[in-house]
Design a protein. Structure first.
Length: 558
């Protein structure tokens, strides 16, 4: 039974009762639900009932609360609903392995989809036969309710236990703040080792505490708090650190990162838990302060308490909590004083909420301007145009990815606007450097004066390495003109701007149809493109080195 998951389709036994697929899932609850144990029980059930297991769908370490985080079950349902299932039975260990859905109707829905396709779901470890009888339906639905209730009870118990351990000064998990590190301690609170990223404790008697980390990071933390008392700007501090070459553990500093650090009580020796909670796959909610769990003085402080209090005072005074009507009244007052409105003016006014807050409440900044009777001189139509072309751009990326895969390349969509291509020969285990193609829109802009030709702009604020493929829009950005491709290495600015008569100076090549563009991308990364030339050059150099070594060996032998 140890190889119950191994399926050799070329040597399937003749089964009188049909072919079956098995679905196995393991979360983190009990060892009896391990993948191997489930497979052994399912294999015994299949042998006893004359089924041959032809396919396995598995979810390793996944919760049964929802289907979206379970690729195995999602693929099973997709195969069944799409008519690609080459089996007529699905074997599952028990009701809970099918899922602990909080809505029991959801579990019944997926089973009904299988039943509609003529495929029966069998629960191998249950004490009832899933034959559709009244008794089996009553027991099955009761088991589904019990499986859902078990998750709710377990969630409450785990939460209570974590709160108790945090009160004792132990870390429940999650990322560690900059300048801090985790240390493993035994039951006598004696340190055993410093935990690396991704490491976990294994003994129940061991626990994890926080302590000050690298001396360089501690100095950076103190520098951040000191500078905030002087300039009161997280973004300015982030710019200073980035310009001075100080990284945030390999990443660039950002304003929100600094903001979280300034509010982190770990730096004055306190642990705070349950500020936010997300239970049973629900939405993340903010909890009132009376539900927070705080353990004070449980680690060595990095920042003096008076400095931390002074920083919190600045942050609190800067926050503006007013109604939407009052927000607009104050914005009108600012408009009357300044004569105009811009995001810089809004963010720089002391008694106004930030631009981000206005957008969160009123949808867009343009709508905010309209509500206070201000007509901006800046053109805002590009906002609507940008939204219009988001979906077509994503669809184009998907089709190009599929075309590269059809031609034998290995490609994945890293995001809706980014395609990673790594072409190789699987049977020879050859692989070349990864290519990144970023998808953008080239927006049309009229000439500044009569007689001036229009130009197109492509945003590349992050300056992605590799290539840019863009949909070039026609006049007034209403329709697609053609498609263009350009290398990013030759463009150093955040915005690529080109005219038709000067596009070749920027390395911009245009294609009339999507098919021509797709073929060009395939040529770029296959034998006809630079990748292929690089591969041939490497092979030629290897042959030359081999022949040279052979000649040297012959000369030495003579």
């Amino acid at each position: 039974m140890v190889n119950a998951l191994v399926i050799r389709e070329t040597h399937l036994p003749q089964s009188p009762n049909g072919r079956a697929a098995q679905y196995v899932r393991m979360s983190t609850d009990y060892q009896r639900y391990s993948i191997q144990n489930q497979a052994a029980v399912i294999a015994a059930y299949a042998h006893a009932h004359g089924f041959s297991i032809v396919k396995t769908y598995a979810d390793h370490g996944e919760s049964g609360l929802k289907i979206k985080n379970r690729p195995g079950l999602a693929r099973l349902i997709d195969d069944v609903s799409g008519g690609r299932a080459e089996f007529d039975h699905i074997l599952v260990y028990d009701i809970s392995r099918w899922g602990r859905f909080q809505d029991v109707d959801e579990a019944a829905h997926y089973e009904f989809m299988c039943k509609q396709a003529g495929i029966k779901v069998n629960y191998c470890a249950e004490q009832f036969d899933n034959d559709g009888s009244m008794l089996s339906n009553i027991v099955k639905n009761l088991k589904r309710v019990m499986a859902a209730e078990y998750s709710r009870e377990l969630s409450a118990k785990v939460h209570t236990g974590i709160c108790r351990f945090v009160g004792l000064g132990f870390v429940p998990g999650g990322p560690v703040g900059y300048g801090l590190e985790r240390v493993l301690v035994n039951e006598r609170l004696e340190p055993k080792k410093v935990m690396e990223k991704g490491e976990r404790k294994y003994l129940q008697t061991d626990h994890i505490r926080l302590q000050p980390g690298d001396a360089h990071e501690i100095a950076v933390v103190r520098r951040i708090f000191a500078r905030f008392l002087q300039i009161k700007s997280e973004k300015a501090i982030a710019r200073e650190l980035n310009r001075s070459g100080v990284s945030c553990r390999g990443k660039a500093w950002r304003g929100p990162t600094i903001s979280r650090m300034l509010r982190n009580e770990n730096y004055i020796g306190n642990l705070v838990y349950n500020r936010r909670s997300k239970k049973l796959g629900g939405e993340c909610i903010k909890n009132p302060s009376n539900q927070w769990v705080r353990a004070e003085g449980c680690l060595e402080p990095i920042i003096a308490k008076d400095v931390f209090i002074a920083v919190q005072k600045i942050v609190k005074e800067r926050r503006v909590d007013i109604s939407e009507e009052e927000m607009l009244v104050r914005l009108k007052r600012t408009l009357k004083k300044e004569g105009r409105l811009t995001p810089t003016i809004i963010d720089g006014t002391a008694d106004l909420p930030s631009t981000r807050t206005f957008v969160d409440h009123f949808g867009t900044l343009r709508n905010v301007y309209r509500l206070v009777g201000y007509q901006s001189k800046r053109r805002c139509e590009y906002i609507d145009i940008r939204r219009k072309w988001v979906e077509p751009l994503s669809d184009l990326a998907g089709r190009i990815c599929a075309k590269v895969q059809e031609e034998g390349g290995r490609a994945i969509l890293h995001s809706a606007k980014s395609l990673w291509i790594n072409v190789g020969v699987p049977e020879q285990h050859l692989c070349v450097d990864k290519h990144e193609i970023n998808f953008r829109v080239a927006y049309w802009t009229a000439g500044a004066r009569a007689g001036f030709s229009p130009f197109w702009t492509v945003s590349c604020r992050r300056r992605p390495a590799g290539w840019i493929v863009a949909i070039r829009l026609g006049e007034h950005n209403d329709a697609i003109l053609d498609y263009v491709m350009m290398p990013t290495a030759s463009n150093d600015s955040n915005m690529i701007r080109f005219r038709e008569n000067g596009r070749l100076d920027h390395g911009v090549v245009h294609f009339q149809t999507e098919g021509e563009l797709a073929r060009a991308v395939v040529r770029l990364v296959t034998k006809d493109g630079p990748v292929g030339r690089t591969r041939r050059r490497q092979r030629t150099q290897s042959v030359k080195r081999f022949r040279s070594s052979e000649k040297g060996a012959d000369a030495r032998r003579r």
